[in-house]
Design a protein around this ligand. Structure first.
Ligand code: NAD
Length: 491
């Protein structure tokens, strides 16, 4: 029964590229295979775009742009709203598809459908609210008019870890602003994006407004698209090294860019924290998405007076996490995305142990079919361990004790990243000091998750540029024009 439902669902996802409203094979016939990380089995083979296909998609976006930009905001809003309704109707299918290609537990996939869908609803509400300004200049010699305009065709690149939400977080504000797009999902997880674009088509989106080019060779195709003067904006979510490379390419055309890059979140537990809240928060901030989130708590910094109790309580909770395929009920720890991710996670754990950390639970690959690594707690992680400076991207909680507030702040800020931090304290003044002292674009104060479509998501330092969501999100896709006219009373 389940196998049949999965097969029917997978078969309902188009295996082509979506360019100018047409589904088509790659121009050179190339394909790529999508694996289920829980089994290693190939679940679907889809087209893999060439450089020519990428440029054809940009042509389609460029040709569709004038009409889409001129479409009344209300109509654009209604398409986004219909897409939201369709997504909610098909939430179970989208969640299952995501679990099959990415591995996250079904309940979390359902959560991502809710979160990802909110960007459609939020930006459908923002669409008709883009406004300008009109007023006298200070000299009263003229009238100043400030208007907002869509930037033009955009290229959107998304990662595999949140295959739906990272796509809607870019597509929704772009369409709301009147931009057209070419989207390149990660080759590991193209099915969710393709299925979502089928929903956009069903919602009445005109041809060419959204184009999808999945490819196994993202480098050459992206470089050609970014070098093309018709492109006006690049929005990327992924690792910092790839983001840096793309920024260099984008500099040639002085493109508008938004960059949502890597993180190394500190999770700080003070001695005045409510430990129930702190342990709940750590479970969420560390083990959601099997630790494969840019917002994942990478370093758990815990005051020396409470570190033993915190570690014991966290370890008890972690030992109870069920590992297995995300489609099975009760599973909290699904597989990692691929074999490389398992090897990388284990390398970081062994390096921390060599530097003096103690394994409280987990600590070695699960072996067998699929790409599983058990939830792991490492106590007493020592300075110099690679996992303190690198993104772990796996279910490994690394605990570091600290002595006082100044040391906590110094440790928390000792990274080139600055996406998010988490702070647990019952002191209002200390919480307020942390808001001002921690160098991150976002903070969870006594909570272990911060994402919300209504919030400006984004990082400081090498975690990125720009914001997605909130009132800020749509402005990433708008450009400002200022016009001066004469004072109409002085003609
Ligand atoms: P990645 O950088 O390897 O890939 C991201 C995307 O870029 C994929 O679509 C990939 O195909 C594409 N890509 C890779 N090389 C490219 C190239 N040379 N030219 C053009 N495109 C290229 O990252 P990943 O492993 O897919 O995702 C994990 C990373 O993403 C982590 O660092 C994580 O922190 C980050 N991330 C950040 C956020 C955020 O909002 N800040 C959200 C999710 C993930």
């Amino acid at each position: 029964m389940n196998a049949q439902r999965e097969a029917t669902l997978l078969a309902s996802v188009n295996d082509g590229l979506y360019i100018g409203g047409q589904w088509r094979a790659a121009s050179d016939g190339a394909t790529l295979e999508v694996q289920n990380p829980a089994t290693g089995a190939v679940i679907r083979t889809v087209a893999s775009a060439s450089v020519d296909d990428g440029l054809a998609a940009l042509t389609a976006a460029d040709e569709a742009f004038p009409a889409w930009a001129a479409t009344p905001a209300r109509e654009r809003a209604e398409i986004l709203r219909r897409a939201f309704d369709l997504l909610m109707e098909r939430a179970d299918d989208v969640a299952l598809l995501m679990t099959l290609e990415m591995g996250k537990p079904l309940a979390e996939a359902r959560g991502e459908v809710a979160y990802g869908g909110e960007f459609l609803r939020w930006f459908s509400e923002q669409t008709a609210h883009v406004s300008g300004r009109y007023g006298a200049n200070p000299e009263n010699s003229g009238r100043m008019i400030v208007t907002q305009h869509p930037v033009g065709p955009c290229y959107l690149i998304t990662p595999w870890n949140f295959p739906l939400a990272m796509a809607t977080r870019k597509i929704a504000p772009a369409l709301a602003a009147g931009c057209t797009v070419v989207i390149k999902p990660a080759a590991l997880t193209p099915l969710t994006t393709t299925y979502f674009v089928q929903l956009l088509e069903e919602a009445g989106l005109p041809a060419g407004v959204v184009n999808v080019v999945t490819t196994e060779l993202p480098g050459p195709m992206s470089e050609a698209i970014i070098a093309d003067p018709r492109l006006r904006k690049l929005s990327f979510t992924g690792s910092t090294p790839v983001g840096q490379q793309l920024l260099t390419q984008a500099a040639r055309g002085v493109l508008r860019t938004s960059m949502e890059l890597g993180g190394n979140a500190p999770f700080v537990v003070f001695d005045d924290a409510d430990l129930d809240k702190a342990v709940d928060g750590a479970m969420l901030a560390k083990f959601r998405n099997i630790g494969q989130a840019c917002t994942a708590a990478n370093r758990l910094l815990v005051h020396a007076d409470v570190v033993e109790e915190f570690t014991d309580r966290l370890t008890d909770r972690v030992k109870n996490l069920v590992m297995g395929p995300g489609t099975e009920p009760g599973v909290a720890i699904g597989p990692l995305i691929d074999e490389r991710a398992v090897a990388k996670t284990d390398e970081l754990v062994q390096d921390a142990v060599t530097h003096g950390a103690t394994v409280r639970t987990g600590g070695a690959p699960a072996g067998g079919a699929g790409f599983f690594y058990p939830a792991t707690v490492l106590a007493d992680v020592q300075a110099g361990s690679a996992l303190l400076t690198e993104e772990i991207f796996g279910p490994v909680a690394a605990i570091v004790p600290f002595a006082d507030e100044d040391e906590a702040v110094a440790l928390a800020n000792a990274t080139e990243y600055g996406l998010v931090s988490y702070v647990f304290t019952e002191s209002l003044a200390r919480g307020q000091r942390m808001i001002e002292r921690l160098e991150t674009g976002m903070m969870g104060l006594n909570v272990g998750a911060v994402s919300n479509a209504a919030a400006p998501f984004g990082g400081w330092k090498m975690s990125g540029l720009g914001r997605e969501g909130g009132d800020e999100g749509i402005h990433e896709y708008l450009q400002t024009k200022y016009t001066l006219t004469a004072n109409p009373f002085q003609e």
